[in-house]
Design a protein around this ligand. Structure first.
Ligand code: 13P
Length: 434
């Protein structure tokens, strides 16, 4: 039940379009005060742009960092409403969310544009948190992994050098703001897929966060999964105590004294103890002993025995019963910690009819998806088996035509040229359909 990796844990609060100067002040004070007790976990918040000054002032000198909810792929100029990386540098932003599903759905952001934003962030030494996730329709039609692969392809095409400086956040759209959380197993399935792609290109230590109705109650069970390195938190990040409890849940599960064999070990000990009690009680039967006197007492009313009444069997019974109760309490506690996830998440494994790519045999993504990819920088596992044509979802109706003509990044040339020009022209569903 512990995480099997050594990646640093990360919990980021995405405040979305919430907050005010007054409300932020209370929230920031709570986070700042409580964060002192958090270890082994990086904590960050992403407020709306106007509050970056307030947040940077309030959190300055604390262990909590901050970031933006978006970043322009452009360096400067006539891009009304956009905020550039150098502007974010003025406020010491450490992070920039890119490709959040709300921006993909409501603003028509394509995966190609998301890759350009990630690249722009890196140019300014800001860590991009690249969000990917499938809709409920994608999942129900068996397209989850294909959609994730399609969303990731232009980003991974930027090459291992850049990808190694990113964070990926898997946020199933159906779990965002709905109260429906992916079960830890459902989330792990997708995280393992993402990890396989990262590993294939030499970026296995990139943190992969889960997002979608994460709360203190379900955080520990999610964090217990080997490929979940933290959380991108929406609603629960607006309450300091809840947000910090998520980070604490993360910390708790990273204790080394919570090994994965603890649960089965306790179960075995409990079963042995239960049988032991039964055998010991039976051994004392026929000697005038009832249930109570088996534990050393003179009657059933003195279950654990009256002083001086204990013999070897009654003492043994007592201690075996104590072991039974302790293991029962331990199992109940562990079970409770692991059961925080929603029971209402869509059922069904992703892998039905899906052939996972072999991470040992990476192949370049289709040229059409990543034209101009940096030489030697592309090492993406093969795309998942294409879904049946009949099950391909329609292209999102919200993608504006403007998305197809996204201008090039005009920031200083990075180590590699943008690799996503044409990828920006296709929505993810279209690419899946290909
Ligand atoms: P909720 O935690 O409110 O579901 O939002 C998740 C999210 O979108 C974080 O980016």
């Amino acid at each position: 039940m512990t995480t099997a990796n050594t990646r640093q844990r990360l919990v980021i609060g995405n405040w979305k379009m919430n907050g005010s100067l007054a409300a932020n002040e209370v929230l920031l004070k709570g986070i700042r005060d409580g964060s002192a007790a958090i270890e082994n976990c990086t904590v960050a918040v992403c407020p709306s742009f106007p509050y970056l000054a307030q947040v940077s002032q309030a959190l300055s000198g604390s262990s909590v960092s901050w970031g933006s909810q978006d970043i322009s792929p452009e360096a400067s100029g006539a891009f009304t409403g956009e905020v550039s990386g150098s502007m974010l540098n003025d406020f010491n932003c450490a992070w920039a969310l890119v490709g959040h599903s709300e921006r993909r759905a409501l603003h028509g952001e394509t995966s190609g544009q998301v890759a350009k934003k990630a690249q722009a962030a890196l140019l300014h030494e800001i860590t991009p948190v690249v969000c990917v996730g499938e809709t409920l329709q994608d999942r129900e039609q068996g397209n989850t992994l294909a959609v994730i692969q399609s969303q990731l392809a232009p980003v991974l095409a930027l090459g291992a050098q850049m990808v190694n400086k990113m964070v990926i956040a898997y946020e199933p759209v159906w779990a965002i703001g709905t109260g429906l959380t992916a079960t830890p197993e459902q989330a792990q399935e997708v995280h393992a897929y993402i990890r396989a792609q990262l590993t294939a290109m030499g970026a296995e230590n990139v943190q992969v966060l889960y997002g979608g109705s994460v709360k203190a109650a379900n955080a520990a069970s999610l964090f217990a999964m080997p490929d979940i390195d933290g959380a991108l938190v929406g609603g629960a990040a607006l309450v300091a105590e809840e947000f910090l409890n998520i980070a604490t849940a993360l910390y708790f599960w990273s204790f080394t004294f919570m090994p994965s064999y603890l649960y089965p070990l306790l179960t075995v000990v409990q079963v042995i103890a239960a049988f032991g009690v039964i055998v010991l009680v039976l051994l004392q039967q026929g000697k005038g002993a009832d249930m109570g006197s088996s534990f050393g007492g003179g009657s059933a009313g003195s279950l654990f025995g009256a002083t001086g009444a204990a013999n070897f069997f009654s003492r043994a019974t007592k201690w075996v019963a104590v072991v039974f109760f302790i293991t029962t309490a331990g199992l109940a506690y562990l079970g409770n910690m692991a059961s925080g996830s929603s029971q209402q998440a869509p059922s069904g494994g992703l892998m039905e009819g899906y052939q996972a790519p072999n991470p040992a045999l990476p192949v370049a993504p289709p040229a059409s998806a990543v034209p101009g990819a940096p030489e030697g920088g592309v090492s993406v596992p093969a795309a998942p088996v294409a879904p049946a044509a009949s099950s391909v979802p329609a292209a999102p109706a919200t993608a504006p035509a403007a998305a197809e003509t996204a201008p090039e990044v005009v920031a200083p040339a990075p180590e590699a040229a943008p690799a996503t020009e044409n990828a920006a022209e296709a929505t993810d569903s279209e690419k899946v359909a290909e």
